[in-house]
Design a protein around this ligand. Structure first.
Ligand code: SAH
Length: 257
């Protein structure tokens, strides 16, 4: 991105990306949980194709690369993340079959029924859970799998403060049973639905907060950066207070029609 041409909006986005690019994962998740989800997927061979949508710098994609023999494409809208992704792939000697490309999840560059597995951790909210499930299905072979994580309500009733916070940020946040019903309605057989441990979020916020002081110092006086950092702090505080009511779930489905 060229600096002269940036709008204020782009600049804000740059700050956000910078904030997230220093950690191995940009969303809540870890290797152990990626491997657990991968255990539900059967029949992957050297000829199978996987797409990791909203892959970030590829923390989870490298785990998929090391633990499957498949050809894997990571897609992310942010070029700097893809640059890091491809560097990671080279560092782990996976570059022949794990490649990152810049692309948009709203317009994926795959053929119909090309993929054996769609992976997406902490990303589908960008297009919306239902829309993503519906639009991405055609790229999967019949019998292919989708494995996604999504922020979810754990109970039918929530305190107003947390309800309002998430409603504003992601109005599609919903209960487990509604999410599973959406998956089924979109043409997938729900294979597994389970909760990610609380530590994926506490670790995520802890890692971010290690960067926060340096980040604030670097952008001292920049209002957008300061506001962004304090919004991240607030989100972490809310999580500690209300974690009984929501968290990340893994949803694994199989295309059946
Ligand atoms: N899956 C990674 C990153 C999650 S963060 C992990 O778990 O660590 C969400 C990612 O979605 C970011 O990398 C962001 O750049 C990407 N993203 C946001 N909107 C997107 C879009 N429209 N198309 C593709 N990627 C998108």
């Amino acid at each position: 991105m060229s600096n002269e041409k940036q709008t204020i909006h782009d600049f804000d986005i740059n700050i956000i990306y910078e904030y997230f690019s220093n950690t191995e994962r940009q969303g809540p998740g870890n290797t152990e949980e990626t491997l657990k989800a991968l255990n539900f997927i059967t029949g992957l061979t050297k000829k199978s194709k996987i797409a990791d949508i909203g892959c970030g710098t590829g923390g989870q994609t490298m785990t998929l690369g090391q633990n499957t023999p498949c050809e894997i494409t990571g897609i992310d809208v942010w070029q700097d993340f893809i640059h890091k992704f491809n560097q990671n792939s080279i560092n782990q000697n996976l570059q022949d079959r794990v490649k990152g490309i810049v692309g948009n999840m709203e317009n994926l560059p795959f053929q119909e029924e090309e993929l054996d597995l769609i992976w997406s951790e902490g990303s589908i909210y960008n297009i919306g859970f239902e829309r993503g499930l519906n639009e991405w299905r055609k790229f999967l072979k019949i019998g292919g799998y989708i494995a996604i994580t999504e922020n979810t309500w754990f109970s039918e009733e929530r305190p107003d403060e947390i309800q309002e916070f998430w409603q504003k940020i992601y109005s599609e946040i919903d209960t487990i049973s509604n999410k599973v019903a959406q998956m089924q309605k979109a043409g997938y057989l729900p294979i597994a639905t389970y909760m990610l441990p609380e530590t994926i979020w506490t670790d995520y916020y802890r890692k971010q907060s290690l960067n926060i002081d340096t980040f604030i110092k670097k952008h001292k006086g920049n209002k957008a950066a300061e506001e962004f950092a304090s919004s991240q702090r607030y989100e972490a505080e809310l999580y500690n207070k209300y974690k009984a009511y929501y968290g990340y779930m893994f949803y694994i489905g199989k295309r059946i029609k």
